[in-house]
Design a binder for this molecule. Structure first.
Ligand code: NAP
Length: 484
């Protein structure tokens, strides 16, 4: 079995070869927990990206001809290779991203699960035979791979965000050029090692690291690329959508969120607290589905705030490698400063810090798990994505009021609410303008269900039976001359 240091590749993966950027220029990679440099990766640009696209386009010719069973077998082998290396992949992930090792193992397990799911879906890309309006003609509808896929992913889930793209792309018969985030490139480059292990043909998966603008510019303007799948912030997603317009690419966008977490008076308090802790503090609050706004009905507000703050105090901040740690560092100093700004803004407008509220005593990029009560709509975090371990708790009186407040955002990714009333559960879930709804559950992501947002949280769905559709195009074939 390979160790984490064998999986940590300091080169790009193009046409089945490990290569440097032109001139051997590199960029350092830093462990956010210690601030120490852990290595470098190539600083590639448009030239290397063009080479990767050409390799993917060449590989597509043969790869698309494989049978569904052959593609499924490769993906099953890829899933097995991931699980065989779950521990070292998790170690690599924690080293570059900082999350607790148990969470990293969970993420790697999710990657394997997504790949396995799409191995199964590869054999279910069905078409239709449509009843013909003409006696002498037949109508066939078939699905074909879109072609070369560009995939750009963020640092918060550096392994599983790629799994949700590589899985359906390869299952559909597409080839891929991936660009992982520069703060966590090693978990992305490790997919090259895993592809080698699974016997995936050279050029089917290519991975480049370097200048986001130059790589992104080439990926979006090159007409050989027929689809862009992006996970990241809404502003960058909008920019890439504009860039894709000139060559009219198919696009999938998994963008930012501003998840409400609503607790009604009739909720099970302990369950709601447990769900809020999971929905807020996983990955130090740095997930797109992390709750950004906790709304609690006035009859249960004080009891909830106390129980939630008590549970928050039990979180253990430290290096992701230390036993018992539940919250690692934030990704960089900008992220820490942003949380500090949210706290200062809230306090200046009447917010009350119940627990936490400042940088952690251990210094570096660690921040105290924080709960702020008396949150109001005028505070910045009501509108902006926090992406850190800060939970603002808002008070509300009525169902209509809280549904209005929850929907009062341009985002629409995940939302959660807790109630013991079945009628309310159905009513509220139907009114919430979100792609994912957790009722009495705070962690709901699974490869078998569709993941994706309404409004400015995105376009398309990942995972589930819907996830493969974004990598396929529909062909109508009319067969005529079949006789009178
Ligand atoms: P980001 O700044 O948008 O970066 C995401 C990726 O885009 C990175 O690989 C980044 O490269 C690249 N990028 C940045 N500027 C680019 C450009 N001009 N052209 C091409 N690529 C460009 O987002 P982030 O800070 O990494 O991630 C956090 C965001 O992702 C949050 O908003 C979160 O909600 C969202 N997210 C959404 C989902 C979802 O499924 N909806 C899941 C996870 C995260 P560099 O690293 O080199 O800058």
């Amino acid at each position: 079995m390979l160790q984490w240091s064998d999986l940590k590749r300091e080169k790009n993966f193009i046409a089945g070869e490990w290569v440097d950027a032109a001139g051997g220029v590199t960029v350092p990679v830093v462990d956010p927990s210690t601030g120490e440099q852990i290595g470098t990766v190539p600083n590639a640009g448009a030239t290397e990206t063009r080479r990767a696209i050409d390799a993917a386009a060449a590989a597509f010719e043969d790869y698309r001809e494989l049978t569904a069973a052959e593609r499924a077998k490769m993906l099953r082998d890829l899933s097995t290779a991931i699980m065989d290396h779950q521990a070292p992949l998790a170690e690599l992930l924690t080293r570059e991203q900082g999350k607790p090792l148990a969470e990293a193992k969970g993420e790697v397990g999710m990657s394997a699960a997504y790949i396995l799911w799409f191995a199964e879906e590869a054999r279910r890309i069905y078409g239709d035979v449509v009843p013909s309006p003409w006696k002498q003609r037949r109508i066939l509808v078939t699905k074909e791979p879109v072609g070369v896929v560009a995939a750009i992913t963020p640092w918060n889930f550096p392994s599983s965000m790629l799994a949700r793209k590589i899985g359906p792309a390869l299952a559909a018969g597409c080839t891929v050029v991936a660009k992982p985030a520069m703060q966590t490139p090693y978990s992305g480059l490790a997919w090259g090692v895993l592809a080698e292990q699974a016997g995936i043909p050279a050029g089917v998966l290519n991975i480049v690291t370097g200048s986001a603008r130059d790589i992104g510019g080439e990926l979006t303007s090159n007409s050989l690329v027929r689809k862009l799948t992006f996970t990241g912030s809404t502003p960058v997603g909008k920019l890439l959508l504009r860039q894709c317009a000139d060559s009219v690419k198919k696009v999938s966008m998994e963008l930012g969120g501003n998840a409400p977490f609503i607790v009604f008076d009739d909720a099970d308090l302990d369950r709601a607290v447990e769900g809020a802790i999971a929905a807020k503090f996983r990955n130090a609050g740095q997930t797109c589905v992390c709750t950004n706004r906790v709304y609690v009905q006035s009859g249960i507000y004080d009891r909830f705030v106390k129980a939630f703050a008590d549970a928050t105090l039990k979180l253990v901040v430290g290096s992701g490698f230390d036993a018992g740690v539940t919250q690692g560092p934030l990704i960089d100093d900008d992220a820490v400063s942003k949380v500090e700004e949210f706290v200062a803004d809230a306090v200046s407008k009447g917010g009350r810090i119940v627990t936490g509220g400042k940088r952690h005593a251990r210094g570096g990029l660690f921040f105290e798990p924080t709960v702020i009560a008396q949150a109001t709509a005028s505070m910045k975090f009501a509108r902006e994505e926090i992406f850190g371990p800060l939970a603002p708790v808002f008070r509300f009186e009525t169902e209509d009021e809280v549904v209005r407040a929850a929907n009062d955002t341009e985002y629409g990714l995940a939302c959660y609410f807790y109630t013991g009333d079945l009628g309310r559960a159905m009513r509220v879930s139907e009114k919430l303008e979100y792609g994912l709804v957790g009722i009495n559950e705070g962690l709901i992501t699974t490869e078998v269900a569709p993941f994706g947002g309404y409004k400015e949280s995105g376009v398309g769905r990942e995972g589930s039976k819907y996830g493969i559709e974004d990598y396929l195009q529909v062909k109508y074939t009319c067969i005529g001359g079949l006789g009178a």
